[in-house]
Design a protein around this ligand. Structure first.
Ligand code: PRX
Length: 649
């Protein structure tokens, strides 16, 4: 299909009301590249600074000296920017609409209530001895307390590390140790799709692991009242610690480059890495992108369906919208519960204007046909957004036509945990849309495509996506391991930030992300390192070797395909497959559940012993005719054997 076949031009009506029309985008984009200092100095004014910055940009991508600083002499507090400064003008406005998993449960939290509750928790944290620079791990359901906990940390200068509530005890333990957290905030249970997840039990299990002794306290929100164990002296109820506190708590003056949060994400090698995001640049960028990409206007009801455990939840449920004084909807449940009509029903119930979701959710609904939207009108919608993985044109069209009634611009936003905010996306009043393309760079973003040697490619072409210069929202380091940060992102191509994504640019300069070019999978918009799953598998006594690859999956985007070589004397069986599947789920979390396991008496390796994943990917995708050159394999016959016994027929 040609890129030109489906173009949705910007409508005049939208261009007129939008923050940026074509000319404004062009002029601002040019300004942001020509003179980043003055551009970002001006943009920083969208925040309230205790000490306004005079030094704007001080950044180096050079492999020998990766050093990224924005607004480095400025001081501010993120919670004060998200709460205090709105009190006078919008204290009684709803900050968070909470929609429970159960359609009969919802509540509105005003800016004043959010401010007071945040201060109370901040005081409770101080009472526990938590202060500036300490880290706090959050393992929370999608409830307002999750945002409150993030903001309370920010208020006193503590650094939060949110762990997605679907991760396992081991994953929690790994992150508590990695961040050296003295406190975990959690809930008794979370509720999703009618099922309870034992968060507190998981934390208990996590804290039995060696190295977690650093954690002295567990604060527990009572969400369901379900049965939990209690460790006297260590555990405390959120409401008991918080209710008694004063609703005032001074906001700590933070340097713009002080850390705000750590967020773990998977890479192509090793254990997940904790990206470090800082204060002034991050908030400026989150707020600005939220305003322009979603064309956020005063009074809009805005809903991002992500979980706060991912970066999308950080930047576009909590920090960006609250910095802009928006009303942000937080949804505890899943779009398919109790019925597939839920997404549309929530839109109608709360009169949502802006809906930001993931292709996997769209595809899951699309699989049930147009009728899933018959229980709602979605008349309130004005804009749609997509994030997390490439959106195939069919899903784009369905999202636009069925969910958006064919009249809402759809912004496909490309970005990453590392980038802090949206990097490539249309602006609704400025960019004609092409289904499947993330379109054009945001202000200040200089993307380029390079070949494997790092040579920049011009014009309409395809290559590895790099970013040539820094932007304020960028992660500054990997927590406790700057060398790994340099190695992972700046050593492949010196002087450039390497995204790990492949990308095509068309003749109009539109960017089309093609997916990861490294060993990272994207399963239902969740990032998974193949190495992580492999190391989990080889820790099982039956497994000698394992290789994990992705394969195309209709709903998830990518599925997880595992080749397992068993130890001598171990018999393959369906029971063992089930056991290995459970093993991975337990070790990492349900999101890492294998879709396919194939027994592999041998794996295709080069003579130097390197597994040729390219071949394994082809077999998993059932593209066995185009295996390419196998002559460098140590034993080409293993390939025939694997093809013959393909598990995904
Ligand atoms: O491969 C890209 C894909 O998701 C990766 C980043 O994952 P994560 O850090 O978990 O952040 C997800 C939410 C920002 C990217 O390297 N990705 C994300 N958005 C898109 C995308 N791929 C194509 N199109 C997108 N809009």
């Amino acid at each position: 299909m040609s890129d030109q076949q489906h173009v949705y031009p910007v409508s005049d009506a939208i261009a007129q009301r939008a923050w940026a029309d074509r000319e404004t985008y062009q002029a601002m984009y040019q300004h942001s590249l020509d003179d980043p200092e003055s551009f970002w100095k001006e943009q920083a004014k969208r925040l309230e600074w205790i000490t306004p910055p005079t030094r704007i940009k001080n950044t180096s991508f050079s492999r020998d000296n990766v050093d990224i600083r924005w607004f480095e002499d400025g001081e501010l507090n993120v919670a004060a920017n998200c709460l205090d400064r709105h009190l006078e003008t919008r204290g009684d406005q709803t900050a968070i609409i909470w929609e429970g998993d159960d359609p009969n449960e919802a509540k509105h939290v005003t800016y004043r209530e959010l401010y007071e509750r945040t201060n109370q928790l901040a005081n409770a944290l101080k009472e526990l001895g938590i202060g500036k620079g300490d880290t706090v791990t959050l393992y929370m359901p999608m409830i307002p307390e999750a945002a409150i906990a993030m903001l309370a940390c920010a208020r006193i200068g503590a650094v939060h590390s949110v762990v997605f509530g679907g991760f396992s005890p081991d994953a929690v333990a790994q992150r508590v140790i990695g961040a050296d957290s003295r406190l975990v905030i959690t809930a008794d249970e979370s509720v999703r799709g009618g099922k309870h997840v034992p968060l507190k039990d998981n934390v208990d299990a996590a804290l039995t692991r060696k190295g977690t002794e650093v954690c002295q306290h567990v604060m527990v929100v009572k969400r369901t009242g379900g049965d939990i164990d209690w460790q006297q002296g260590r555990d405390l109820w959120f409401h008991e610690a918080v209710d008694k506190q004063s609703t005032e708590c001074p906001a700590e003056a933070m340097n713009a480059e002080d850390p705000l949060f750590i967020l773990y994400t998977s890479g192509s090698t090793g254990a997940p890495k904790g990206l470090k995001h800082t204060t002034g640049g991050y908030l400026t960028y989150a707020a600005m992108t939220h305003q322009y990409v979603f064309d956020y206007q005063e009074g809009d009801i805005y809903w991002c369906t992500a979980d706060v455990g991912w970066v999308t939840g950080h930047s576009y449920i909590v920090y960006g919208p609250l910095a802009n004084g928006a009303t942000t909807l937080m949804f505890e449940g899943v779009p398919s519960y109790p019925t597939h009509g839920r997404l549309g029903e929530v839109v109608d119930k709360h009169k949502v204007n802006i809906l930001y979701t993931a292709p996997t959710a769209v595809r899951a609904l699309m699989a049930h046909g147009d009728k899933v939207m018959e229980t709602s009108s979605r008349e309130s919608l004005r804009l749609l957004g997509s994030v997390g993985e490439p959106i195939n044109p069919e899903a784009w069209e369905w999202f636009h036509r069925v969910i958006g009634n064919g009249r809402c611009p759809l912004v496909d936003t490309w970005w990453q945990t590392e980038t802090g905010g949206i990097m490539i996306a249309p602006l609704p009043g400025a960019t004609d849309l092409k289904p499947g393309s993330a379109t054009k760079p945001f202000f200040g973003i200089k993307p380029a495509l390079v070949d494997n040697e790092g040579q920049e490619l011009e014009g309409a072409t395809e290559g590895n996506l790099v970013i040539l210069d820094s932007w304020p929202g960028q992660a500054r380091s990997i927590w406790g391991d700057h060398e790994r940060f340099v190695q992972t992102y700046f050593s492949t191509y010196d002087g450039m930030y390497f995204t790990g994504d492949g990308c095509r640019r068309d003749e109009d300069g539109y960017y089309w992300i093609t997916g990861r070019v490294d060993d990272v999978l994207n399963v239902s918009g969740h990032r998974m390192g193949t190495a992580e799953i492999e190391s989990s598998l080889v820790a099982h006594t039956a497994v000698a070797e394992a290789a994990v690859v992705g394969f195309p999956h209709d709903i998830k985007g990518q599925g997880i395909y595992i080749y397992v070589t068993l130890n001598d004397g171990i018999e393959p069986s369906d029971e063992l497959k089930k056991e290995l599947s459970l093993w991975v789920r337990k070790d990492i979390g349900p999101i890492a559940s294998p879709d396919v396991i194939q027994w592999a008496p041998g794996l295709p390796k080069t003579r130097s012993g390197k597994i040729m994943r390219r071949i394994l990917r082809k077999i998993a995708a059932n593209e066995c005719d185009g295996l390419g050159d196998t002559s460098t394999l140590a034993d080409p016959s293993v390939v025939d054997e694997l093809i013959e016994h393909r598990a995904n027929k």
